[in-house]
Design a protein around this ligand. Structure first.
Ligand code: FCB
Length: 463
């Protein structure tokens, strides 16, 4: 691959790499960390592939110096990590556990020492178990606790962290965690998920206020808006897409960026959605202005009309919206089974701006691919599929910028191979391979490609 293959970006566009606490840190009981819902979920038989847990993960907690050196070698402008709430408040409330915050303090200082801007996500899914025991995101109290926790973190790191992300993919927390149970806490509760979605948004808004009160610089949220495509042109499939738009996209985007609850929610949820968890004034909290919206993108989703999962209206839950998701199979798929369709990334971005004219600037907070990496005889990982994925998706972002979308930066998912939630360690997204027996790090070809691309961009844009 030559420099001609490198996509072009405007001057000032920034590049980064992203990770999340539970996926890399390990040290699950070090320095007073309390259990999170993922510690609990991983210990329940059958939940996570191979019974894997995040107990050790990449042991980043103890190896962060080596990992920051890898980031420095990549030449990224910024590193997106997440703060583990149960390190800061082991019981989910009360004063900060200083030893837990110390870790992030050391990490941030080390990043700054090598010239990398820290970007902190406050919630990447590791809720303190103590809060789940009190109702988790089903209850409003968790939103209030989240703002309190945010205040503790920003008080300690706010003088050095200038980019903040409140929540990562609240869609997954609410619907994967509380509706279908494939993420922690593993609940299958229908309505519980709608209340959770709302409380996540309220928690986000309250956290934005806490960040602003502390003088935080740049504040945003990381969403995973979906590019939803009907399986056929049949009216039934088109109607299914309409319902899926509410579930996947409008639940989040409408209150955040259009000052309203989703327009079609009655048609989507039916009369079962009573909205009793909403309070006057919530839209104002949720709609607090943001400096950027984070977009995580991996693949488009094909939607088919489907029968209700539960045929009995008496027991059917409010998130049984009669759609099925499939993945196209006419293109290459990654080891997640996700189809590789870079142009749908461009479409997603241009469509977002069209639908939400007041959308703040966009930061790509995640994008990357899981591949069947092999270590060659000479000890290298020639992950050409990942390189092609990154090249084509960065080109798709560049095309969106050319089409007028204000995209400011891009974080690749992920710096390291890591704990991929319900798939455990079986799926590898890293630019750096992690040998889970020795915990050794091995930069892959994609690491060198991304490094060269960033370097090329700097040369091209520095006057
Ligand atoms: C996203 C998550 C991230 C990672 C990627 C592959 O949904 O935010 O933690 O697991 O998917």
């Amino acid at each position: 691959m030559t420099a001609d293959d490198f996509p072009r970006f405007p001057e000032g566009f920034f590049f980064g790499a992203a990770t999340a606490s539970y996926q890399i840190e390990g040290a699950h009981d070090a320095d007073g960390r309390g259990p999170s819902i993922w510690d609990t979920y991983c210990r329940e038989p059958g939940r996570v592939l191979n019974g894997d847990t995040g107990d050790v993960a990449c042991d980043h907690y103890h190896r962060y110096l080596e990992d920051v050196a890898l980031l420095a070698g990549l030449g990224v402008d910024s590193y997106r990590f997440s703060v583990a709430w149960p390190r800061v408040q082991p019981e989910g409330s009360g004063p900060a556990n200083a030893a837990g915050l110390d870790f992030y303090d050391r990490l941030v200082d080390e990043l700054l020492a090598v010239g990398i801007a820290p970007a902190a996500t406050l919630y990447h899914w590791d809720l303190p178990q103590a809060l789940e025991d009190r109702g988790g995101w089903r209850v409003r109290e968790t939103a209030e606790r989240f703002a309190e926790y945010t205040g503790l973190v920003v008080a300690r790191l706010g003088d050095r962290v200038d980019r903040w992300i409140t929540l990562n993919e609240p869609f997954c927390t609410a619907f994967v965690g509380y509706a279908i149970g494939r993420h922690a806490p593993g609940a299958r509760e229908g309505r519980g998920a709608l209340a959770a979605a709302h409380h996540l948004l309220v928690g986000h808004g309250l956290a934005v206020r806490a960040l602003r009160a502390a003088g935080a610089d740049e504040v945003g949220i990381a969403l995973n808006p979906d590019r939803l495509v009907p399986a056929t042109a049949a009216p039934t499939d088109l109607m299914a897409v309409r319902r899926a738009e509410t579930l996947h996209n409008e639940v989040w985007l409408d209150p955040l960026f259009a000052g309203r609850y989703p327009a079609f929610e009655a048609q989507t949820w039916g009369e079962m959605a009573d909205g009793s968890y909403r309070e006057d004034g919530d839209l104002a909290i949720i709609g607090e202005p943001l400096d950027f919206v984070g977009v995580n993108y991996y693949r488009p989703t094909t939607i088919v009309d489907a029968p209700y999962a539960d045929p009995d209206p008496a027991t059917r839950t409010a998130v049984d919206i009669r759609t099925a998701e499939t993945m196209r199979d006419d293109v290459r798929r990654t080891t997640m089974g996700w189809p590789v369709v870079p142009e749908s990334f461009t479409e997603l971005l241009t469509d977002l701006v069209r639908r939400y004219p007041t959308l703040p600037p966009v930061v790509i907070t995640e994008n990357g691919s899981a591949e069947a990496d092999v270590v060659s005889q000479s000890g290298q990982v020639h992950d050409s599929d990942r390189v092609a994925y990154l090249r084509d998706h960065l080109a798709a972002v560049s095309a969106a910028i050319d089409a007028g979308v204000d995209v400011r930066g891009y974080y690749v998912w992920s710096l390291l191979d890591n704990f991929e939630w319900a798939f455990g360690y079986e799926r590898r997204f890293g630019l750096v391979r992690v040998d889970y027996d020795t915990l050794q790090r091995l930069p892959k070809d994609s690491y060198r490609w991304y490094r060269d691309m960033i370097e090329h961009h700097r040369k091209e844009t520095t006057p």
